[in-house]
Design a protein around this ligand. Structure first.
Ligand SMILES: Nc1ncnc2c1ncn2[C@@H]1O[C@H](COP(=O)(O)OP(=O)(O)O)[C@@H](O)[C@H]1O
Ligand SMILES: Nc1ncnc2c1ncn2[C@H]1C[C@H](O)[C@@H](COP(=O)(O)O)O1
Length: 222
């Protein structure tokens, strides 16, 4: 019996993992998918044609990158729908606009016209009753110093060369964003309360909490 059956998690559930760069979303996505026997939907970093250029010159590439991410995430959304759910998704589509596009607009590295075009497109595509929201958003959070340490340790050159002020600003924005997020139920996990690298068996406690949240939110909807 896998953990999905043990904790009565419906096989069509869609869970999205959110949190700042380096916090541990991909690690959590893999661990949850394996224990629940779900499919994964990952952000593809190595094949992204804009990401390196973007980190080199935010102003020039921020609009291109947001459009690329929006298209990729929408395609993934379609794939999840076609399979009838049963997915763990590495990063939510809501973070693209709520964190990244907004931050670059506020900082002046995305022009007001580009930002307006992007948000109009996002709203037309995502903020409609036709776009299925995930059943649960698992939000990973932790101290900024630990997160910067993980970014450095992971070793993506473009991220290592980015000034730490960028990660600090993003970390602060995430805190505000999650406090007002209401598109689906949220489970918040502190990265200092578990360590899936050293203690992979801790995933069961997390699955148990997920099952409880899903049960509560389905009761609430009834
Ligand atoms: N629980 C953990 N304990 C220690 N290191 C971790 C843990 N989870 C992830 N990491 C490490 O932190 C780095 C970033 O994790 P990753 O899952 O790629 O983050 P994200 O997908 O959020 O960018 C990786 O090097 C990963 O091995
Ligand atoms: N919407 C985005 N805008 C800018 N940069 C983004 C966006 N979504 C992801 N990214 C970047 C951040 C990281 O460098 C990589 C992968 O993110 P990760 O949190 O490590 O999964 O893409």
């Amino acid at each position: 019996m896998n953990l999905r059956e043990k904790y009565n998690i419906p096989s069509n559930t869609v869970i999205t993992i959110a949190g700042t760069v380096g916090v541990g979303k991909s690690t959590m996505t893999k661990a949850l998918a394996q224990s629940l026997n779900f499919r994964t939907s990952f952000e593809k970093v190595d094949t992204n044609p804009y990401l390196d250029k973007f980190y080199d010159d935010f102003e020039k590439w921020s609009f291109h990158l947001q459009i690329y991410f929006l298209a990729e995430r929408f395609k993934e959304q379609k794939r999840i729908f076609e399979y009838g759910g049963g997915f763990i998704q590495d990063r939510s589509i809501y973070e693209d606009t709520g964190i990244f596009a907004k931050m670059h607009y506020d900082k002046g590295t995305m022009s007001p016209t580009d930002y307006e075009t992007y948000t109009n497109l996002f709203e037309a595509m995502v903020m409609t009753p036709y776009f299925p929201h995930p059943d649960l958003l698992v939000y990973l959070e932790g101290p900024i110093d630990d997160i910067i340490g993980r970014i450095q340790e992971r070793g993506r050159e473009m991220e290592q060369q980015t000034p730490t002020g960028y990660w600090i600003e993003m970390h602060d924005r995430y805190e505000n964003w999650i406090n007002s997020f209401n598109s689906c139920p949220v489970l918040r996990l502190d990265i200092n309360d578990y360590d899936l690298v050293k203690n992979p068996e801790q995933i069961e406690c997390i699955v148990e909490r997920i099952a409880y949240m899903l049960e509560q939110s389905s009761r609430f909807q009834k």
